[in-house]
Design a protein. Structure first.
Length: 255
């Protein structure tokens, strides 16, 4: 089955967020996912917007932002592994399905499955459910620690002291950094879109490329800070193009 215009237009629009989202917005708690959705909304083509609105009508009043956290709120033993992919800390960040995604239970396989369901499902409700997953999982696939190392559960077991309290590296990326900047997702998204200055979204719709890029970010010097130090500043080291997702790094200042 060839891809329909909806599949191509919607995927390109949602995935295009990488061209305008800077480092702190790679943090994917509820606020981060809503920012992703709001930025994606701004980049929808007229054709994609029409089809998205038709799907959102299944739930009156729904928006891309309001459905962006549904997948986290409805995790189950079946879907819990859909939100991330594990890499070997000593590996080369090459995604190998049999190793990194056994039985198809990882964010890469889940995204491909749900993107297909956007058009393959025979019911409007089924397509709406797929949209909920796609909006969410695109965000997860761009959070570097959702493509992290299995030995510390993507930074969940790496403790740090940040912004006056103890936390772990994964939580720092998921929520803490973005909350330090702006707790209003709509305002944050509007600033990102304005800062893009009309830059067209990227068109690489391959989830494998996103998670491999995230894994390489995890390997960058300084990404894992000394546990006795705290992050006081961070920089958006983004280099975005039609073939590369946004790259970012942290600057850690010793205590």
């Amino acid at each position: 089955m060839s891809e329909s215009p909806l599949n191509k237009a919607l995927a390109a629009s949602l995935i295009g967020i990488c061209a305008v989202v800077s480092l702190p917005a790679h943090a994917w708690g509820y606020e981060g996912h809503e920012i992703v959705a709001d930025v994606a909304q701004a980049y929808l083509t007229p054709q994609a917007r029409q089809r998205v609105d038709a799907l959102l009508a299944v739930e009156p009043g729904a928006t891309l932002a309001s459905i962006s956290t549904w997948a986290d709120k409805h995790r189950s033993p079946t879907t819990s592994k859909w939100h991330y992919v594990n890499f070997d800390r000593n590996g080369d960040c090459t995604y190998r399905p049999k190793i990194n995604c056994p039985k198809g239970r990882c964010v890469v396989a889940a995204l491909n499955k749900e993107i297909h369901r956007l058009t393959a499902s025979r019911t409007q409700q089924g397509r709406f459910k797929a949209l909920r997953y796609v909006v969410h999982l695109v965000g997860d696939a761009h959070q570097p620690l959702h493509a992290g190392f299995g030995d510390d559960r993507g930074g969940n077991r790496y403790q740090v002291h940040a912004f006056g309290r103890g936390t772990n590296l994964h939580a720092l990326w998921d929520t803490k950094m973005i909350q330090q900047i702006d707790r209003n997702p709509s305002d944050y998204a509007a600033r990102l879109v304005a800062a893009a200055n009309g830059q067209p979204p990227v068109t690489d719709t391959n989830p494998v490329a996103w998670v491999e890029s995230g894994c390489r970010i995890d390997h960058e010097a300084g990404f894992y800070p000394p546990t006795s130090c705290r992050p006081t500043t961070w920089r958006a080291g983004s280099q975005c193009s039609t073939s590369d997702c946004c790259r970012a790094g942290n600057t850690w200042q010793p205590c």
